[in-house]
Write a protein that binds this ligand. Structure first.
Ligand code: GUN
Length: 282
């Protein structure tokens, strides 16, 4: 058996067209949605992500405002910028690309973004609302994973979802979102005992570890759905996920590739969150 390859790029294109259409057909005289994107320092991966986010904004008709700050920016300067953007009526969403330089406290920065403009869904208010199952901005990567599964009509309810990785950006919110969809959820991490046996129980496996080819075919149950959130750059320059795609695709029933799987979905969900932020203000 060979797995169905879930084409995140194609699903993203469809969803972005819908977002673009809603924006294009807005009421006459209404301004377009605005997204402020802050990048501090010159992390090459962050630069690529920010450029992709700006390109997606352009394609959807969202006005993007880039704030590229130097590595030496102080925490206070960054907090002042966020405060200004919180009060700027042209800006619906604010995103500060992570990671930040170590002299800046990421939590303080995330806390400073107004929850109504927190389109990344990282603020304590959005995190709390997600936990409580209330309306909120959900973090874009796990929201994109759920959207992809739904788009492919993959049943989530009653399924055992095994998540590998417990980050605040992916693993933990993915667990909450899958619970919301009535999955039975197990979260594994670096201290998990018998990791292979745990992962092998998963009807749906979400890999968010950050290690190339960590999930091998012997860890996957026949017919499982495998979602690869990893983006790892090999020494050769090639980008690869956390899953041994070649071998796992012989066992799984469906699998997401890297690149072209979850990555484009993350940005698509950011566009949707920005649209929702704008709709609330409009
Ligand atoms: N760094 C890695 N992923 C993300 C993300 O989704 N949002 C932001 N702001 N930074 C990130």
């Amino acid at each position: 058996m060979f797995a169905k390859i879930i084409d995140g790029k194609k699903i993203s294109e469809e969803l972005r067209l819908e977002t673009a259409k809603k924006i294009k057909n807005r009421k006459e005289g209404l301004r377009a949605p605005g997204l402020a994107v802050i990048i501090v320092g010159d992390n090459p991966a962050s630069r690529i992500y920010v450029n992709n986010k700006k390109k997606a904004c352009e394609a959807c008709g969202i006005t993007s405002y880039e704030y590229a700050l130097s590595e030496s920016t102080t925490e206070q300067e960054l907090l002042s910028l966020i405060n200004e953007l919180n009060n700027n009526t042209e800006v619906d969403g604010i995103l500060c690309q992570l990671p930040l330089p170590c002299h800046i406290d990421e939590n303080k920065v995330i806390d400073a973004i107004s929850p109504e403009k927190d389109v990344d869904g990282f603020s304590p208010v959005n995190t709390g609302n997600l936990l409580a199952g209330k309306p909120c901005f959900a973090p874009c990567t796990p929201a994109g994973v759920v959207e992809m599964l739904k788009h492919e009509s993959i049943e989530i309810s009653g399924k055992h979802c095994v998540i590998v990785g417990r980050s605040n950006i992916v693993g933990k919110p993915a667990a909450l979102l899958m619970l919301q969809e009535n999955a039975t959820v197990t979260v594994c991490h670096s201290r998990t005992k018998n990791l292979k046996d745990m992962v092998k129980q998963g009807d749906i496996v979400i890999a968010a570890i950050g290690k190339a080819n960590f999930i091998t075919a012997d860890m996957i149950k026949e017919g499982a759905v495998v979602v690869d959130v990893g983006i790892n750059r090999l020494e050769s320059g090639k980008v690869t996920g956390d899953v041994d795609f070649e071998e796992v695709s012989k066992i799984a029933s469906a699998i997401t590739p890297v690149p072209g799987g979850v990555g484009p979905m993350t940005i698509t969900m950011l566009m949707q969150n920005t649209l929702s932020a704008w709709e609330r203000f409009s």
